[in-house]
Design a protein around this ligand. Sequence first.
Ligand code: GLN
Length: 351
Amino acid sequence: MKLGVENVPVEVSTGRLPGWAKVEEHVEEAYESAKSVTDGDVNDSVPALAAADPDLFGICVAEVNGECHDAGDSTHEFSIQSISKAFVWALVGEHLGHGKLLELVGVNNTGMPFNSVMALELKDGHPMNPMVNAGALATTALAPGKTPTDQWEFIQDGLSRFAGRDLVLDNDVYASEKATNERNDALAHLLQNYGRIDSDPLELVDVYTKQCSLLVSAHDLAIMGATLANGGVNPVSGNRVVSASVCHDTLAVLATSGLYEKSGEWLFEIGIPAKSGITGGLVAVAPGKAGIATFSPRLDSAGNSVRGQRATALLSRTLGLDLFASAVHHDDDVQGDDEDAADSTGQSESA
Ligand code: GLN
């Protein structure tokens, strides 16, 4: 898409969170409310993940000023899984730039035009989306480094800078995923067949599996999200991790595809970009305000944390995070509003 606006500076206007005490109160409220939800199942596609305690639940909201609000098991560590895709995309975007990543990986949800007959259009293995495995593998393949070890170090170091501490590998999860990686191996071979990657497919899957096996907590994820909310500067360490424009690009992709096939529904209900993973992590980003992370291993059918969705939905409403919500500028002179019949979502309460 050629818009000719590359050199126009971006004016930023995002709003603020309520004060410290209110955020604390709403985090506690969201924790208590979502804790009562017992729907969903622990993912058992990888043996080492199946043993997770379904009752663990933590929330952390990290504000862009570096203040954190924690509730429950927010420091419990779990492997980052698919959430790594968002941050590796950002790091590789920083390395290659907006245009190159767009060309080599793609950012469209399905990549199909509105009237496509899908089977006829599925050719050349492109375009892809970086939040599904094929696109994530293609993104990892673009990480700088002469060897897979260099690429792994780039990713581990970059994700650690997002978190503001050294993230380490869960060796059991890594070994267990490596032993059950047939689908990812197949995707990598397919990418090679289409000429989409230069790397050795199995070495690429190995780096990708390591990135998924990095241990994080909800507290870490909130700070990682807050870094994307804060123009690319980690608000706790004060270090720049990526540029503000890379944050924008990453959040745009998360908005379209951060929650797999439920991404549209998520955006419709909650209204902020987010990324989930099969271990039960979920990080949402409210630009200019905060990173909101939850951890609970009970997942819905798409692989998204059930408690995490409920808690984030509550926080999006109570903290004023929904990017699509608006209020009337002067509400004292509105024609046609019937105050008794409409609630704050605009929906009529009278049947
Ligand atoms: N390691 C997992 C995979 O690649 C991650 C999946 C996920 O979190 N959705 O299949």
